[in-house]
Write a protein that binds this ligand. Structure first.
Ligand code: FES
Ligand code: FES
Length: 186
């Protein structure tokens, strides 16, 4: 096996599937994923707050799991899937159900924390499919994010509404599948 020694002047060529599209860019060995996304790729939707893993503003999905981009080196995501807030709306610009709920509930003020909160919530809602969470669970999930505008009440309301709507839609889909099965056996 050949070991390549990287000096700080060397650049990694990073390839990722970013929001469903292949993107490439160079990164210094110690470049953070936040800086790579924002300054090399131009994906400025991911915000940078504390750069210490505390505020959650930089949260993105890496292979579907919410992670702090300020605690991740760009080189660590080479060959992986990265999803950022830019990928939540459809290609035509239609906002996702979560984004629409945030808008309806006025769940953002300055919006600085919002991209990270949306990404954590997207991951979390996918994990809890099949049930409606208790409000305290939503608050626990959001505890990894700091909103300096303190808009937590409408954020919780928006997340609860989406969880309930998705649960209802899932129930309807299950009962129509059930009906289809029963009618095919009739
Ligand atoms: S900027 Fe990453 S957690 Fe604050
Ligand atoms: S809306 Fe301003 S920081 Fe959260």
């Amino acid at each position: 096996m050949t070991t390549v020694k990287l000096t700080k002047e060397n650049l990694h060529q990073i390839s990722v599937c970013l929001n469903g599209r292949d993107r490439q860019g160079a990164a210094e060995p110690r470049m953070l994923l936040t800086d790579w996304l924002r300054h090399r790729i131009g994906a400025t939707g991911t915000h940078v707050g504390c750069e210490h893993g505390i505020c959650g503003a930089c949260t993105v999905l890496i292979d579907g799991v919410a992670q702090r981009a300020c605690l991740t080196l760009a080189a660590q995501v080479d060959g992986r899937r990265v999803d950022t807030v830019e990928g939540l709306a459809s290609e035509e610009g239609e906002l996702s159900d979560l984004q629409q709920a945030f808008k309806r509930h006025h769940a953002l003020q300055c919006g600085f924390c919002t991209p990270g909160i949306l990404m954590s919530t997207s991951d979390w809602l996918n994990r809890i499919q099949g049930r409606v969470p208790h409000e305290q669970e939503v608050r626990n999930m959001l505890s990894g994010h700091l909103c300096r505008c303190t808009g937590y009440a409408p954020i919780v309301a928006a997340v609860m509404e989406v969880a309930q709507n998705r649960y209802d839609q899932r129930g309807q889909a299950t009962s129509s599948e059930q009906n289809d099965k029963e009618s095919s056996h009739a």
